[in-house]
Design a protein around this ligand. Structure first.
Ligand code: SAM
Ligand code: SF4
Ligand code: FES
Length: 370
């Protein structure tokens, strides 16, 4: 991320900065100038206090539970050409695979036995997965696992398609907005992709009744403090149930292969700010955060995150879903990741919850308590 000003490091948090963070916690908002300071200041005491307040807020809403989502990366084929992603259609080195409906159902079966109650089906925008094929798959998962949440992350589709999938039993949809700054969006994507269309998809998903997740990479090429403030303003207005945010990590066979990765520090700071702005949002400590820092996910939980998403894909395809270089957990089995994550979550002072982990409306909860 570009910083506009360099500040000397401080061990103690100054009262004015403490007050700013207090104001963010209290009002879930701050003027742009203050947000800019929190996003750029090189003061470890600011990040520490942001994380401390974010933890307090998260514990007030969700207690000590960390929700588990089973990620099934079911196709590495994609018709799009996003400049940052290893699955982009122009990457001739990418290994393409497509799980069958039976493969996906057996991932769910294995996941259910391991305690998962949310399945996330994620993939490239693969033209093979038309509604004709996707709807019966979602309906089959819904029928077999009525107590589970089904989350889809299939990229941009038409509103009718989202509606059919919702009717078939999908409850949640993850579609990162990637950036709320149109000029930035156009630097991350070729001209056949449209900022408007992505935003319209997000609105359509909300209209239909999905629990919706938006989000962005931290430290993506050309990102500025201004674009991050646009992201935060967008989230305040859109009010997503989930926010997916991880560091950008270059993939060597993409146009951004030589760009710098986002940092753990910037990602953690943003996780805390988002938690304070949207107290009840579901916030994953992502695999990308665990990739740039071996303790990234633990630090994410300590900065306000409350979700982990281990991989449920068959081990044979895991090293083919390479959005970025050096991705972790590509050699492990699902059970190994769950055990590994349970230890990590506990080491951060939290506990893995085996519930569906639905979004809790902070205001309704407050009213109920009143
Ligand atoms: N194709 C769907 C889409 O784009 O929404 C879902 C799958 S896509 C691989 C999921 C997310 O991966 C994207 O929204 C993007 O933010 C993230 N991603 C892609 N390339 C990345 C990279 N190089 N570093 C970190 N995250 C990346
Ligand atoms: Fe395809 Fe999603 Fe990767 Fe873009 S980010 S190339 S849409 S898989
Ligand atoms: Fe996959 Fe640790 S979470 S091995």
């Amino acid at each position: 991320m570009r910083t506009d000003s360099e500040m000397p490091a401080r061990a103690e948090l100054s009262p004015d900065r403490q007050a700013l963070i207090g104001q963010l916690e209290e009002n879930h908002d701050l003027p742009d100038e203050d947000l800019k300071l929190l996003l750029t200041v090189e003061d470890p005491a600011v990040s520490d206090f942001l994380a401390e307040r974010a933890r307090a807020v998260r514990e007030r809403v969700y207690g000590k539970d960390v929700y588990l989502r089973g990620l099934i990366e079911f196709t590495s084929c994609c018709r799009n050409d996003c400049y940052y992603c290893g699955l982009r259609r122009s990457n001739k080195k990418a290994q393409r695979y497509r799980l069958s409906a039976e493969d996906i159902l057996s991932c769910c079966e294995r996941g259910y036995a391991l305690g998962f109650r949310t399945f996330v089906l994620q993939g490239g925008e693969d033209p093979y997965w038309t509604d004709q094929k996707m709807v019966p798959l979602v309906a089959a998962i819904r029928e077999r696992y009525p107590d589970c949440a089904i989350t889809l992350s299939l990229g941009e589709r038409e509103e009718e398609s989202y509606a059919r999938l919702f009717e078939a039993g999908a409850d949640r949809y993850l579609l990162r907005h990637e950036t709320a700054d149109r000029a930035h969006y156009e630097k991350l994507h070729p001209s056949d992709m449209s900022f408007e269309h992505r935003m319209n998809c997000l609105k359509a998903l909300k209209r239909i009744g999905y629990q919706v997740g938006c989000g962005m990479m931290v430290g993506s090429p050309y990102q500025t403090v201004g674009s991050l403030i646009s992201d935060l303003r967008f989230m305040q207005a859109f009010r997503p149930e989930m926010v997916g945010m991880g560091p950008f990590i270059p993939q060597s066979d993409t146009p951004f292969g030589d760009c710098a990765a986002g940092t753990a520090q910037d990602t953690l700071r943003l996780l805390s700010i988002v938690r304070l702005m949207l107290p009840d949002v579901l916030l994953p400590a992502t695999t990308a955060l665990g990739t740039i820092d071996p303790l990234g996910r633990e630090k994410g939980l300590l900065a306000g995150a409350n979700v982990v998403m281990p991989n449920l894909s068959p081990a044979s395809v895991r090293d083919k879903y390479l959005l970025y270089d050096n991705k972790i957990c590509t050699g492990e089995e699902a059970a190994e990741c769950v055990n590994c994550l349970a230890v990590r979550v506990e080491s951060a002072g939290y506990r893995l919850s085996m519930s569906r982990g639905d979004h809790i409306d902070h205001n309704l909860r407050k009213k109920g308590e009143a």
